[in-house]
Design a protein around this ligand. Sequence first.
Ligand code: HEC
Ligand code: HEC
Length: 416
Amino acid sequence: MLTRWICLGAWLVTSVATADDTATKVFEQRILPIFKSDQPSSCVQCHLAGVDLKNYIKPSSEATFQSLRDQGLVNFDRPEQSKILKLINMKDTDNPGANLLHAKSREVELTAFAEWLKACCGDPKLRNAPKLAANELAKPARPNEVIRFTRTDRLLESFEQNIWGQRHRCMGCHSEGSDQNRKLVKENGEQVSWMKKSAAETMTYLIRKKDLIDVEDPEKSLLLLKPLKEVEHGGGKKFLKGDLGYKGFRTWLEDFAKVSRDEYAKAADLPKSDPRRLKEFTSELWFKLSNPLPDWDDKLLQVTIYRWDERAKKWETNPIAASDRQASAKFKTWQHTLTLLAAPGSDRAKEWQRGEARLPNGKYLVKAHVDRNGRTLTDWKATMRNDDFVGQAEFQANWRNSYGAMTVVEAEKLKK
Ligand code: HEC
Ligand code: HEC
């Protein structure tokens, strides 16, 4: 009897020692390098700031295990189903390309944690070790609200809202695979194709490429300086500081830069979004004002277009399309593609989200504004005001997707 107990005891002791040793060994060989690495973990695929795998690691195997255990991130009986492994193994179903980019670091983290947790969970001493005090837990410093806000999927929404709806200003040359693009790639190199098939791929590319975005000073990003022609640009001047395209690109760049610089510490620091802001959709519909007035020359001209509501017998309250561009008397015409607008969550927004955004034929009203004092050039957040209004005109439209089939209104028909 006695012998058996001793034997069992001895077996227990050796088994504990082995488990403990294995856990410590695995920890030192595989977890500590992750902790000490200056490379970000696979979490950055989706969390640009606020959380990293390192946040969960303490200098010793035992303390790290206790800390994960106390936060409910370990499943003792099925260590392979521990929540920390699920966090490491998160994948993006919409953007498999991004998963691939992080596949290697994810695999290293996953196998390291899986092996180490398995060793830890086999050790009753570790399982029963005393609870850590709250301030000893290793976890991200940022609260969940901030962790949510700094996620790439939230930034992608901002990218779709601010940049993707303005992409017609650049896509002719920069969209991968178009005829024009192929020609420019031959002359200038592959980097011309920075605009990819989807918003998600484009954003991932821009974030990883890094050199088109200046995180410290977003205003100095090449994504703005090139189309402003403040530096040489093969496509010439495509933005005026303060036009809708510039505003969109700049808004997203400022957003991304703040997130990347980890500037949001608490929930109260986060910007409030405006739920009434209209969703923007890119289009191939061209609108032209012929014979713009000479005193608009070189000024930013904006059109907003309203649809006639036949049932209510009045113009819709929200504009259905908008565009802006520098006016030029020399060319005797002002013309540009339209950005289509729809209230978030509306049937129209849902329909345009599913397929191509387009306008029904019928009766419309155009309102024109001209920034005569260059206010928008000095303050990019400035919007058109009542005193910029130069007139409105009703017109009948038969919209067609083509440069050769523009909808034209005579500028002289605009009445105040
Ligand atoms: C493929 C994208 C993706 C990856 C990679 C990813 N996460 Fe997440 N994470 C998310 C999403 C989406 C949520 C929100 C989940 C939800 O609401 O259920 C989230 C939520 C969280 C939360 C909870 C905060 C909250 O919103 O309540 C934490 C903490 C977290 N992740 C940590 C991590 C860590 C640590 C890693 C790396 C080991 C990681 N995540 C990797 C997408 C990801
Ligand atoms: C008419 C064609 C054309 C249009 C339209 C155009 N570009 Fe370009 N862009 C080019 C060419 C050609 C280059 C390559 C030469 C160079 O770097 O200037 C280029 C280069 C760039 C680069 C540098 C890319 C890199 O990785 O080096 C950026 C950024 C850029 N353009 C931004 C824009 C933005 C933003 C728009 C839309 C607002 C735009 N461009 C519209 C032709 C165009």
